[in-house]
Design a protein around this ligand. Structure first.
Ligand code: ADP
Ligand code: MG
Length: 661
């Protein structure tokens, strides 16, 4: 039997069941020992009851058997109650202990033994069902790669992954788990990244492709160069997040604390009233036994743990149960644009150099300024320079202006690359007219050197193919307000909004990263519950401000894993409706659990008070309620999800015969 505090420590999911202070231990070996002990005690009780039934005059043998049973099963319950009392906690073990002691004092030894055995066996079943909820989380943690095969002096050695430093050469054989994030130096193979992204189809990889820790190498042998240490690699980030998610104290914790303070005295009061009004101490004992609120206390954490683990295995990382529970309350969804509604893989589409400036000079100047930036615009410019064989020197200082552009000092002549507002406010004079074409799909990037305008570069950014479908799905959940917040000011904003089905009246453009947070705050103050989705570039404050911040994570960038409340590991928005659907279902399951637990507790207290339940039946009923809650939670599965997308295929090797093209 668990005390309120102990049940609550299940809720806080200390992540270390051995420290949860239950009367049993969750360790497999001890679990078996407890089971043997409980079954043995159960047999003794059956014999005692049978003897008492067959020959009520033989009273000594049942009493002796019952005392043995109580020694085996009731002592741990008493010691928990004593521990609680000493700490001054109102502890529900006290209720059971009073019940058992009461029966002993009345000389009802077999009743006391029955209660004690049923509660102990039920507790074991509970811990088994609870462990099932945590199964997926445990599996993720256990799969963390531990060893790597390092190539040194032409010899292969097996070393713990923690010893690997970046730059070392490692061998990954078929069937091996990739130990750290790295780059393939030799070989090609199909790699299963499902533990990172939930994507079940393996990806074909070859020379210079990145591989990520935790993924499984299928058929070829790969030689990789370690790019990160194990601790900074992709899988370690996932393990940390999932582990912490399982250990977080949910908001229900406060309620539990308050609840435990008043619950025990109230029940003692009810049992007292039953005793005085009916004069039947057995009824009062039954009230104490059935009133233990373990089912209620496990209603939320068991559901949350089950979902967090199985979602993580499908590439949806959720930092805590509160982000699931809030899903049905979401009234507005706000998207970042670049990299979120759009693919973020931009292309340079045209160059408009100012008079007297060559196209190559314009591109090269921009490329030099952008060479250290990871912004999609910077990458598009760098890629184009590379394709045209324009060499870029990367010396000097660079100052990023998030949401506006970059200021670089490669030599004495500062370069500015960014949007119209950025160059204007920096005092650059230019006469370039802004785009007016209705269907313009491009973002203009203006370039100036030494305050002299050199021209503009246009880049295109395609909308993600799934954006419109995802937004339609989100509307099906009854979320009517779907908007966009972006730093972009070009006509591309309204085009992307139109194509994806964003509400016209909730488009905020030209917003600097810090202001995104203020806009969300304003909406929240007017009563909206906000879900914000960003790609993680400059979106940190907005992700933190929203009621749920969802980041489209990337395997190579583990920043989102450290900060965002929810991370969709697969590049794209497809998992977003899956997450919201899962949150809605989890909330429903929690409501059913709470209703079931409260309802059964109340019914059983009434039945016990009315004398319709024997103490043994009460103990069975109490455990059935708790186990029903645990099974209801474990049954939340993805199998029933309405929103499942066919995984997109990433194999790019035309010679590959193992997948469909
Ligand atoms: P979003 O909010 O849509 O994700 P960002 O905040 O990343 O967009 O950028 C907003 C605008 O700022 C871009 O459309 C671009 O005009 C400008 N900008 C931001 N970073 C850069 C950069 N590195 N180079 C050039 N322009 C940039
Ligand atoms: Mg963005």
């Amino acid at each position: 039997m668990q005390s309120t505090e102990e049940c609550a420590s299940h809720i806080c999911g200390s992540g270390d069941d051995h420290g949860c202070g239950c009367t049993h231990d969750h360790d497999a070996g001890l679990f078996r020992k407890d089971l043997v002990k409980s079954v043995f005690a159960g047999i003794l009780v059956i014999i005692a009851v049978a003897i008492e039934y067959l020959d009520p005059l033989v009273s000594l043998i049942p009493v002796i058997l019952s005392i043995i049973v109580l020694a085996l099963t009731a002592l741990p319950i008493f010691s928990e109650a004593y521990r609680g009392l000493r700490k001054g906690e109102r502890n529900v073990n006290e209720l059971v202990s009073i019940g058992i002691l009461g029966a002993v004092i009345l000389g009802e030894f077999t009743i006391a033994a029955e209660i004690s055995v049923i509660l102990t066996i039920g507790e074991l079943a509970e811990s088994w069902a609870y462990a099932r909820s945590k199964r997926d989380i445990e599996e993720i943690i256990v799969n963390n790669p531990r060893f790597a095969h390092r190539v040194r002096n032409n010899a292969l050695e097996e070393v713990p992954v923690d010893e690997i430093v970046s730059g070392e050469i490692l061998l990954v054989r078929p069937g091996d788990i990739v130990p750290v994030d790295g780059i393939i130096m030799d070989g090609c193979s199909r790699v299963d990244e499902s533990c990172l992204t939930g994507e079940s189809l393996p990806v074909t990889k070859g020379m210079n492709d990145p591989v990520f820790s935790g993924s499984v190498n299928h058929d070829g042998t790969l030689t990789i160069r370690a790019e990160k240490t194990a601790d900074n690699s992709a899988y370690a980030g996932i393990v940390r997040l999932v582990h912490e998610a399982g250990s977080r104290r949910p908001p229900t914790r406060l309620f539990i604390d308050r609840f435990s303070r008043v619950y025990t005295p109230i029940i003692l009061g009810i049992a007292g009233v039953v005793l005085v009004t009916t004069g039947d101490p057995i009824r009062a004992i039954t009230v104490l036994i059935v009133s233990c609120p373990c089912a209620l206390l496990l209603a939320t954490p068991s559901a949350v743990l089950a979902v967090i683990g199985s979602a993580a295995k499908r590439g949806i990382l959720i930092r805590g149960g509160e982000f699931l529970e809030i899903c049905p309350k979401i009234s507005m969804i706000l998207f970042d644009k670049t990299g979120t509604l759009t693919s973020g893989v931009m292309e340079v589409s045209s160059l408009q150099p100012a008079p007297g400036i060559s196209r190559d000079d314009l591109l090269k100047t921009a490329g030099i300024a952008e060479c250290t930036s990871s912004h999609p615009i910077a990458q598009a410019i760098s890629r184009r320079c590379q394709a045209l064989g324009i060499p870029l020197s990367c010396g000097g200082e660079r100052v990023m202006h998030p949401g506006r552009g970059v200021l670089a000092f490669p030599d004495n002549e500062p370069i500015l690359v960014g949007n119209r507002d950025f160059l204007q406010s920096s005092g650059v004079l230019f006469h370039e007219e802004p785009d007016t074409e209705e269907n313009s799909a491009e973002i203009e990037v203006l370039v100036a050197k030494n305050q002299v305008f050199l021209g503009s570069i246009r880049v295109t950014d395609a909308i993600r193919p799934e954006s419109a479908e995802v937004i339609r799905n989100l509307r099906e959940f009854g979320i009517k307000k779907i908007g966009m917040i972006t730093g972009d000011t070009s006509l591309a904003v309204s085009r992307i909004a139109g194509q994806s089905g964003i509400n016209d009246d909730i488009i905020h453009s030209g917003v600097l990263p810090g202001q995104k947070q203020h806009i969300i705050d304003r909406f929240q103050k007017s009563g909206e519950k906000i879900c914000f989705i960003g790609d993680g570039t400059n979106d940190g404050p907005a992700l933190a401000q929203a009621d749920i911040g969802v980041s489209i994570g990337s395997r190579s960038d583990t920043v989102a894993l450290k900060t965002a409340p929810v991370v969709l590991m697969k590049d794209g928005l497809e998992q977003l409706p899956v997450f919201i659907g899962l949150g809605n279902r989890t909330s429903r399951v929690i409501s059913v659990n709470v209703f079931m637990a409260l309802g059964l507790n109340l019914l059983m207290i009434l039945a016990a008070g009315a004398g319709w339940l024997s103490p043994a039946a009460g103990a069975i009923g109490h455990q059935v309620a708790t186990i029903a809650v645990l099974f209801n939670s474990a049954a939340i599965s993805f199998g029933n999800s309405r929103y499942r997308f066919t995984p997109s295929h990433t194999c790019t090797d035309p010679g590959c015969t193992s997948c469909e093209h």
